[in-house]
Design a protein around this ligand. Sequence first.
Ligand code: T4K
Length: 370
Amino acid sequence: MNKPPIYVTQPSLPPLEEFIPYLEKIWENKILTNSGPMHQQLEDALAEYLGVNYVALFNNGTNALLTALQALDLTGEVITTPYSFIATANSIVWNGLTPVFSDIDPVSLNLDPSKVEEAITEKTTAIMPVHCYGNSCDVAAIQKIADKYGLKILYDAAHAFGVKDSGGSILRHGDLSVLSFHATKVFNTFEGGAIICHDKEMKVRIDRLKNFGIVDEMTISGAGINGKMSEVNAAFGLLQLNYIDAALEKRKNIDEIYSEKLNGVKGIKLVGKATGQESNYSYFPILIEGEYPLTRDELYEQLKGEGVFTRRYFYPLISDFSPYKVSSLFSLKNLLEARKITRRVLCLPIYPDLKIETAKEITSFIKGYE
Ligand code: T4K
């Protein structure tokens, strides 16, 4: 296989010279942060591109999650998935709330709505599902439960930039959605993130919370943090937007190669996309089942030996990491599907600059054990 290491992802970067004029503007006006002109432009441009009402930019997705939970004024318990990146649950704990892990659906790998109700107690105030790998959750079923019990919904949509269902952006669902613009994401601003909200009042609340709670020189609305995106990151985001459609198209091509070549390989199960969804091809997870000659970890090591660094997103389950393991008896008993999936999953490299030839070589290597 080709010699340079192949990682699970690689950020797509626009031509460097195209970034210089943006930097020149920043140097001219000397506004580096605190909601400057680039920040304003990127919020507007993203709201239009994504087809959502309001975008509040952040310096990373985790601070956006922390602030979104604050903005919803929650107490007690938040029902969430154990099958996610650790930031999902950490943000709940950092708000003084208790995450209650509920099982996933074995097909979508997202929170299983039919299991959520049994996790609800008198302390539950919200549900925080994750659109894992950019695959839409069962938003209608989750909304129904939230309405029945008077719960808020915060979607961790870190993987879901640009994903659409038949009605438009999936970010329009729930009370709030949070995006990540980290280097490893479909749309990156080096570090960055955003909260998507539906009305002006909430946007004002979030903007204050991310700027220390400042209303004016004499007034603080609440104990806010510093979650602001800098002008350099925002400028980079504006430039990235020129390339996002081309990047998505290239991801789609890789996805098609993997799907075509790995479909039907004994013991390799592909994770399907939600029906009727316009995907962003952010990850390419496969599940290694019993009929495959190697275990998931053996395949992971063999590929590593070839210089292909796949990742076991998401293993271990969040609920199995030590800060969480001891805390929730409910979670320990009720995560059967998540436990099965976490032992089988492997995410293959997918990013715009991944060569089609390399993707084919990866599939040939996997098929070589058949
Ligand atoms: N919610 C969910 C569901 C999330 O997945 C995440 C983040 C968040 C919330 C929080 O959003 P942020 O606060 O991060 O905005 C990575 C990312 O650091 C993390 O952002 C992401 N999820 C998670 C799924 O993946 P690691 O520890 O796997 O990253 P790392 O450094 O091992 O990177 C993976 C590969 O990417 C490397 O092997 C090489 C390549 N890479 C990475 C970076 C950082 C590059 O080529 N260039 C780079 O600059 O967590």
